[in-house]
Design a protein. Structure first.
Ligand code: FAD
Ligand code: EPU
Length: 337
């Protein structure tokens, strides 16, 4: 059913109160086709869990929430399995289901909010793993023609928080199913990143399983990231900037402790959270309603009924200040609408 003038507040983890001129949910490709037929010339926005969006104004078009569910094995060998899930399945529920089945590969991506359908959009990543490492294919409906197309890894142009769906094909496809290839045995655990090893050690775990790694990641995330059910936020508001070696060397002269990591093409990745903290923004609040999270400077938060425009304006000020103090450009990760 097509609803008119619907509040999107329950549908975005920032908890911003805006409305959609039209709103509908679909749980099958057939239902989606009917809605696309009805949509006529309205602008269209596809919504998943709303955990990577900042709405700055009412949406004048049609918001379609993807609720296609399902989880099935489409291929299996002695060592690996390909599982396909509906775009509307919650990402963390998918990770837990894989762990229950002893399928390894996504345990480091535990507790990332949102749904399966958005996971390839920005090639979600955490703790040394990105979905591109296990991605097999996705099926998506072309908005104009209604045709279903299968995209393989090489079609998706995955990069750090990037894919073809954020660039060349932005707004053209609706992702309906995504398939991942996971390991059935001899799991290759990735525990070298961040505090995972320390967390395992603190729990006296010497031979971790994929569930142990998942639990460690969950504990680390809960210790520093705000829970969107309690404090409105969309995770990292900015990407970590990737800069040429020359820029890093200049920064190291004045800031010898600046965190930096190797990036592709001999570039260096800086920690936006560090830059924002050093610039003095960490923990700042404005009128008690919104601000920069006190434990993670990369996360902007809505404490109490802030407007999307206020949060966007704060992000502009942070971008300008970091550029002024470090000569580094921050790019937003969150989708602004
Ligand atoms: P939405 O926010 O609903 O949509 C995001 C974008 O994808 C929009 O442009 C939307 O139009 C598009 N989209 C959504 N579904 C579809 C579809 N089916 N077809 C076509 N387009 C679609 N991200 C990380 O990568 N790593 C992290 O560690 C991480 N941690 C987070 C922690 C917190 C506390 C929060 C709140 C967010 C975090 N995020 C992280 C960001 C976010 O969880 C991910 O980007 C997630 O994949 C967004 O999923 P979603 O379903 O909520 O997408
Ligand atoms: N840091 C600070 N101050 C801060 C925050 C971070 O100095 O307030 C420093 C830390 O001390 C550390 C470095 O920055 O040296 C990196 O911090 P952290 O490990 O917390 O990770 P991050 O770079 O801030 C990234 C992702 C997260 C992901 C984590 C774990 C981006 C934009 N963010 O955060 O993803 O969960 O690593 O892998 O790449 C998201 O995309 O929404 C997200 C939460």
């Amino acid at each position: 059913m097509l609803h008119s003038n619907t509040s999107l507040k329950p549908h975005n983890t920032f908890g911003v109160d805006v409305s959609a001129a039209y709103y509908a949910e679909f749980d099958s490709i057939k239902r989606l086709a009917e809605l696309l037929e009805q949509k006529k010339d309205l602008p269209l926005f596809i919504l998943g869990g709303g955990s990577n969006i900042l709405f700055t104004k009412d949406y004048k078009g049609l918001v379609l929430k993807n609720e296609i569910l399902g989880f099935k094995t489409v291929e299996e060998s002695n060592n690996s399995v390909v599982v396909e899930a509906g775009a509307g399945m919650n990402w963390h529920a998918f990770v837990l289901k894989c762990i229950d089945l002893n399928y390894g590969g996504v345990e480091n991506l535990s507790l990332i909010p949102g749904n399966i359908g958005a996971s390839p959009m920005q090639n979600i990543g955490a703790y040394g793993v990105e979905i591109k490492d296990v991605f097999e294919y996705l099926d998506a409906v072309h908005i104009e023609t209604g045709e279903v197309k299968r995209f393989y890894k090489t079609d998706c142009a995955f990069g750090y928080r990037e894919s073809v769906f954020k660039r060349k094909l932005k707004g053209k496809y609706i992702i309906c199913h995504v398939a991942y290839r996971l390991n059935k045995n001899n799991h290759l655990l990735n525990t070298s990143y961040g505090a995972i090893e320390t967390e395992l050690k603190n729990n006296n775990i010497e031979r971790p399983t994929i569930r142990d790694v998942s639990n460690a990641v969950i504990a680390i995330r809960q210790s520093k990231l705000p829970d969107p059910n309690k404090i409105g936020n969309a995770g990292s508001f900015f990407k970590n900037p990737v800069v040429p070696q020359k820029t890093l060397q200049v920064l190291l002269e004045t800031h010898p402790n600046i965190p930096h990591y190797p990036a592709p093409n001999n570039e260096a990745k800086l920690a936006a959270g560090w830059l924002i903290e050093q610039a003095g923004w960490k923990g700042k609040t404005f009128e008690g309603r919104f601000g920069v999270h006190k434990k993670q400077a990369l996360v902007l938060v809505n404490y109490n009924n802030a407007k999307g425009k206020e949060i966007l304006s704060l992000s502009d000020q942070i971008i300008a200040d970091v550029a002024h103090k470090f000569d580094v450009s921050l790019e937003r990760e969150v989708n602004i609408l």
